[in-house]
Every structure is written in C-alpha cells, then in structure tokens.
Write a protein that binds this ligand. Sequence first.
Ligand SMILES: Cc1cc2nc3c(=O)[nH]c(=O)nc-3n(C[C@H](O)[C@H](O)[C@H](O)COP(=O)(O)OP(=O)(O)OC[C@H]3O[C@@H](n4cnc5c(N)ncnc54)[C@H](O)[C@@H]3O)c2cc1C
Length: 430
Amino acid sequence: MDPLGPTPADGAPGRIDGSVAGPDQPRPARPVEPAEADPGVAAGVVIVGGGFGGLYTALALAAERHHPPVLLVEPQEHFLFLPLLYELLSGELRSWEIAPRYDSLLAGRGVAWLQDRVQRVDLTARCLHTEAGRRIPWQRLVLATGASTDTFGIPGADSHSLSFRSLADVQRLQDLLHHLAGSGHPLQRLAVVGGGPSGVELACKLADLTAGKAVVELIEQGDTLLPSSRSFNHEQAQLSLQRRDVRVRTRTQVVEVGSDRLLVRRMPEGEQELVPVQGVIWTAGQRCRPPRISPEVSADARGRLPCGPDLRLRGHDSVFVVGDLAAVPQADPTPNLSLPTTAQVAFQQAPVVAANLLRSLRGEPLQEFHWNDLGEMLSLGKGEAAVTGAGITLAGPAAFQVRRLAYLARLPRLSIQVKAVAGWLAALSP
Ligand SMILES: Cc1cc2nc3c(=O)[nH]c(=O)nc-3n(C[C@H](O)[C@H](O)[C@H](O)COP(=O)(O)OP(=O)(O)OC[C@H]3O[C@@H](n4cnc5c(N)ncnc54)[C@H](O)[C@@H]3O)c2cc1C
C-alpha cells in the first residue's frame, strides 16, 4: 500500500505514456538565464514552483521523448519532501535524502531551472515578472506555488512562534531544542498549535526528542484532533500521544502568543489562561499566496485558484494549476468541497497536468483528474507510525518502516531512491 500511488523506475509520477525515459536524452540542468532559454520558452512550458506539484510535473514532461522546452522557476535550492520533515528534525533521516538540490535532481533531464521567485503573472500578455526583474513569456503555464503557514492574524503568532515547513524551520527548532537541553530550566514547556496531522506528528516527535525534559502541549480549537483522519490512525495517534504524556487541549483557542507565554481561551466557556512556554510551533492553518495575477482571478477563502476537472485555471486555457494552490471540485458525493491539500493529491495530479499540457499543445481533448484516495500514513514519534490504506492497517515500528520505504521510493530521482533505500536497509541490519 502506498498513499502516493504507483511509480515508474525514475521516480517521476508516471511517464505520460507509461514507458521509461531512454538513455539517449542527456541534457544540461543548471540554473539558466531566460535569455539563454528564451528561444524555446516562449514556445514552451513554464512551471512556477518546484514542490510536489511543479517538480513532478516537470519530471513527467521530461520523461516524454518529444516534449516542449520546460522551464522551472523556483527560488529555493533544494526540493523538500515535506512528509519526511519530522524525520529530518529527529535525525532519523538526512537532508540529502529528503532535500535534494534542484540542479542534481534535474541534471540530464531536459528541464531548465531558473532560481528566482515569480512576483507577477500577466495573463493577457502571457508572461511572468520575477523578483530579479526578469520577464518570461510562456506558451503554457503551470502554477504550483503551494501554501504557507497561516496564523490568522493572531497577535504575536508571527513574531513569537515557529512554523514547520522548511529546512530553515527545522534548523530553528533544532536550535531551540539544543538551547532548552542546555538551559537546565526545570519546567520546560513546548506548545504545538494545531491538532491536524502536522501538529500531532510534530508533538509526538518533540516528546521523544525532549525525552521527558519538557512538557509538550498540543492545542486544538476544534472538538477533536485529526478530524479528517481514518479511525485507526486517529486511535493510534491518541495512544501515541498518551504514551508520550503529551498534554492535549482541545476546544482551546490561542488568543495571543508572547515571547514566553500563550494566552488561551477554553471554549465554549470562554475562560482564559496564561500558559508559560519556552517555545511555540504553529502548525494550524495554511494559506495559498500565489504571485499577483493580472487580470485578477478570484481565489477561495484559503487563497486557492478555481480550476476545472482538467486542472486548467477557470477561464484561462493556457494556464494549469497543480497541488495545494488548485481548488478542484471533488467528484461526488462532495462536489462543493475541494480536494485535500496533500502531497498525495499533488503527486497524482502531476502526470495528468503533464499529459494535458501536451494534449493542449496538440489541440487534443484534455483528460479529467480523478483523485484516487490511497489512505493515510502518520509519523507518531521516533521509529513509530500508523498506516491505513488499501484495506490494511498497521501501527508501531513496522508501520514506520513501511512509511519510510513508501516515501523513499517516491523521491524524485532513481539514484536518490537507491541511495536512500540502501541507507534504510543498512539502518535495518543489526
Ligand atoms: C510538515 C508537513 C508534513 C506533511 N506531510 C504530508 C504527508 O504525510 N502526506 C501528504 O500527502 N501531504 C503531506 N503534507 C502536505 C504536502 O506537503 C503538500 O500538500 C504538498 O507539498 C503540496 O505540493 P505543492 O506542489 O502544491 O506545494 P509545495 O510542495 O509546498 O511546493 C511549492 C513550491 O513553490 C515554490 N514557490 C512558492 N512561491 C513561489 C513563487 N512566487 N515563485 C516561484 N516558486 C514559488 C516554493 O518554494 C515551493 O518549492 C505535509 C506538509 C507539511 C508542511
């Protein structure tokens, strides 16, 4: 069972026609200047954002024997396999395994990478404007800029809490844990805000990493943790939190975040409490903040862009959206709900976007995206996890290994997969 779906040999989510890329396709992959790529780009595909949606779309296109020029615009140097960020924090995985560099990922794949950030998308002129002042025309555009942490304007949350979405966030949190370990402060308390998968997974890891030297609080304003998780995973998460003495507060709202305390309100009573803390990590809420688009496109409450079932931006046939940014109506029974914002969905959308890009360039009808819900895997502390999907449920160390292997096999390049799996096998052997 693998929640991200089937994978061909090269790690890309399925070459559009299913066959594997031939060896005779050596191509350069290094940061390029638009001038250098310009002759091709205007007649090609530009992808904005190199996360699960953008990178895997680029790789699926590159796996095609005959594909148009592809330019990936991404400001970061490293791709980030976000589902394994907890294992980087705990040291169970190394950064080369979950954060490979774009230049090594794209070397020889026929995809040009521009290390820049897009600031404006001009739909009328069909061109992008970047932070570095470049103007990039496109024939087909893919918007895949993902989401970022949303603190809902709660006072002090931006300045006094850590987020958990980037390599820098992991470093900051590791520095905090190191500082706390050295401080000898008798009653340390770390608060994780948000009882969704990220909050629960992080709270379990932190409880293991602080090994009883700190109280880990998990604060959720809703009635329950993990409202959209499978019941087995939900149960396993509760057990894991209990075993690690994580203090769970549901129906509790964070009113203000200070440098050394949290002001919380218990619902529905409304009673407030000041909670002294040495660190706050904010995992509650995310929001899409794509580059400015002109003419303006109306986004949903979370900043997601309205798409058709073929993943095209509504009203703009030359623009596709993939991943967290795409508000795609779910098929029945819940057409009013958009697809969940997960790597699983982005990973499955990528080959469909790639196929539709080529079809639209050839003037052929496009295919619809249908999400195949493959279940859920949760990291629940060091060496432990819960897995539900394909009719099986698994918890504990065995689930941890299944999750690890399933994700390592999804890494965006065969050579990295092989190295990572070899490391995994080595770690397994006595
Ligand atoms: C800690 C954590 C754990 C998670 N665990 C899981 C899990 O176990 N299973 C699961 O299915 N999902 C998980 N997710 C969710 C999953 O990671 C996202 O749904 C997925 O990454 C979405 O892919 P994306 O391509 O839309 O965005 P991202 O992967 O976030 O990529 C967006 C990319 O766009 C780039 N970008 C942003 N703005 C611009 C710009 N203006 N110009 C150019 N580039 C730009 C960014 O640098 C980034 O590389 C997790 C998320 C987090 C944060």
